[in-house]
Design a protein around this ligand. Structure first.
Ligand SMILES: [Fe+2]
Ligand SMILES: [Fe+2]
Length: 209
C-alpha cells in the first residue's frame, strides 16, 4: 500500500471504531452463557466497567493504527495489523456486551481515539520501531493489570462480561509478550508513570461519560 492508501485505511478504521461498525472474527467468549439475574446496581456497575473496557479498545485501535502507519519495517507493520485484528474482536465483544447491559458507549470516544492516535504517531515518528513496540508492551501490560482488577470488581453473576474480560486479559498478555520478543525497548520510568496517570483520568471519566 502507498501512503495515501494507508491514510485512507486509517481513516476508515477511525470512523468504524467510533461509529461502532465493527465485527469480531473470533466467536464471542460469552457464547451462550446464561446470566444470573443481575440487580439494577450490579447491571449499572457492569455497564460502567465494560464502558471503560470498550474505551480501552477504542484506544488500542488508534494506537495500533498509528503504529502501523509509522512502522519502518514491513515486519512490524504486519505485526501491528495482526494485533489490531484481535483488538477488533475485543472492541466488538465489549460493544455487544454494553448493548446487552443497556449501557451506552463513552460519549468521548472520538477524543480518546484522537489522543491515542496522536501518542502512537509521536512514538512511531520520533522514536522508531523499538520505541513503538515499547509503548505496546507498556500499554498491554497496564491494560492486562486493569482487566485483572475488573475480574475482582465485576458482579459474580455477570458470567458473560467475565468471560469476555478474561479472554481479553489473556490476549493482551500475549500481545505484550510478542512485542517484547519483536525487540521492544523499555520505556523510561517517568513515561510509564505519565501513561499510568493518563489511564487513570481516562478510566475515571469513562466510568461515567
Ligand atoms: Fe484489547
Ligand atoms: Fe492488546
Amino acid at each position: 500500500m502507498n501512503p495515501t492508501d494507508r491514510f485512507l485505511v486509517s481513516l476508515d478504521n477511525a470512523l468504524r471504531t467510533v461509529s461502532g461498525a465493527v465485527h469480531a472474527a473470533r466467536p464471542n467468549p460469552a457464547g451462550r452463557l446464561a446470566d444470573e439475574e443481575l440487580g439494577a446496581g450490579e447491571r449499572q456497575l457492569s455497564g460502567a466497567l465494560m464502558r471503560v473496557n470498550h474505551v480501552g479498545e477504542v484506544c488500542a485501535q488508534a494506537l495500533y493504527q498509528a503504529q502501523a502507519l509509522t512502522a519502518r519495517s514491513d515486519e512490524l507493520r504486519r505485526e501491528m495489523d495482526r494485533a489490531a485484528r484481535e483488538e477488533t474482536d475485543h472492541l466488538a465483544w465489549t460493544q455487544t456486551r454494553l448493548d446487552e447491559l443497556g449501557a451506552r458507549r463513552s460519549l468521548l470516544n472520538p477524543l480518546w481515539y484522537a489522543g491515542a492516535f496522536g501518542i502512537g504517531l509521536l512514538a512511531g515518528k520520533l522514536g522508531g520501531d523499538r520505541l513503538s513496540l515499547g509503548f505496546v508492551v507498556e500499554t498491554e501490560r497496564q491494560v492486562e493489570a486493569h482487566l485483572a482488577s475488573h475480574m475482582e470488581r465485576l458482579p459474580a453473576g455477570d458470567h458473560a462480561s467475565r468471560a469476555i474480560v478474561a479472554q481479553m486479559r489473556d490476549d493482551e498478555a500475549r500481545h505484550a509478550d510478542e512485542a517484547l520478543a519483536a525487540g521492544a525497548m523499555g520505556l523510561p520510568g517517568p513515561v510509564r508513570q505519565l501513561m499510568r496517570a493518563a489511564a487513570k483520568v481516562m478510566t475515571a471519566t469513562a466510568h461515567r461519560l
